[in-house]
Design a binder for this molecule. Sequence first.
Ligand code: NAP
Ligand code: MG
Length: 405
Amino acid sequence: MKKIKMTTPLVEMDGDEMTRVLWQMIKDELLYPFVDLKTEYYDLGLPEREKTKDQVTVDSANATKKYGVAVKCATITPNRQRVEEYNLTEMWKSPNGTIRAMLDGTVFRAPILIDSIKPAVRNWQKPITIARHAYGDIYKATEYRVPTEGKAELVFTDKEGNVSFRETVYDFECPGVLQGSYNKDSSIRSFAHSCFNYALNTKQDLWFSAKDTISKQYDQTFKLIFQEIYEADYKAKFEEAGIEYFYTLIDDAVARVIRSEGGFIWACKNYDGDVMSDMVSTAFGSLAMMTSVLVSPDGKYEYEAAHGTVTRHYYRYLKGEDTSTNPMATIYAWSGALRKRGELDQLPELIAFADALESACVETLNDGIMTKDLVGLVLPGTKTTAVNSKNFILAIKERLEKKLA
Ligand code: NAP
Ligand code: MG
């Protein structure tokens, strides 16, 4: 079989533990035999991050800026226990955090749907993609546990030292709590651009929700910035693509989401996105079936699985036990990245390969062949065969070969 050619390399970010094992299997069985795979390889596994003092993460993000498309394996975010386990000289920052900050990107998460797993919400038929503005608000807030009576004020001092705003937040007559949070126009603008771009890219409606009726400056600013950017840069393109943008209050959005059939992007402020993405992913079934893509405002893409390195399975794997870890989201990270590369470089064969790979995956699951995590989720009466990761990947390969023959 003639291998499919690539022109521009993909930025490949390798990772840790069980997902690192799956990564190699996916390349060996599902990619190398079919594609003349061109990647620029960065090892973001924890030992290499330690060795390079985390420079490798920065280099991989810069490569993503240069080439435009990356695919990333899950990585360990070190905590105190990992510092001991890996003998680290420092508690290196989350690679995802570093890459997101460098690309100024927004994360879009969407579930992979199959016939035999029904979402907890009956009418959901298509994926719901959540876009979370991962900057500021309560995640960067200044907090104070008010110990006694006294006055709390909100004060703004400009660069020249003039106090241009001062207002009493509350005159405390007893102990209480206090919080000061902020966001920046530049970050909200980047968020909006990423959302509008991704909506156009995937031809899905975009919803944005906040609480501007209560938060008349803070949330109102988010709403106005989205509206202004939409009118100026995207309205005509949305109309041409036949998709819609609208703003609605967060509580109205929640009600509409539950009543919807899915198939849209829901852009959320930081906290809403944190909470709603967990709700939506649980309602769709499984973290192992959740894909994730980081999109920068200028259209750079980094594809990955939403789950972590599946540590518990890895420890069993190290003991030589059979593991049945689900590689679906990691395979879809590769197919997503290859498809995007194909679109940018105008390589229809590469796009067709990505489509074939995904449909081979879905076919395998529809044939009842699945990893253990999914067996408990399928509709009662579905005939299933639980397999280990390797045999699952081989079953996909068999179907992929037929499709490409
Ligand atoms: P996790 O790796 O997502 O795994 C949590 C549990 O979810 C697993 O123990 C497993 O449950 C189930 N699971 C997740 N993915 C699965 C898959 N593909 N197939 C089958 N089951 C799956 O989360 P974690 O254990 O909290 O974190 C492990 C490490 O991953 C941490 O070091 C963390 O820093 C890192 N992490 C990285 C990323 C990233 O790079 N994007 C994201 C999150 C976490 P059972 O054990 O019950 O089978
Ligand atoms: Mg959360």
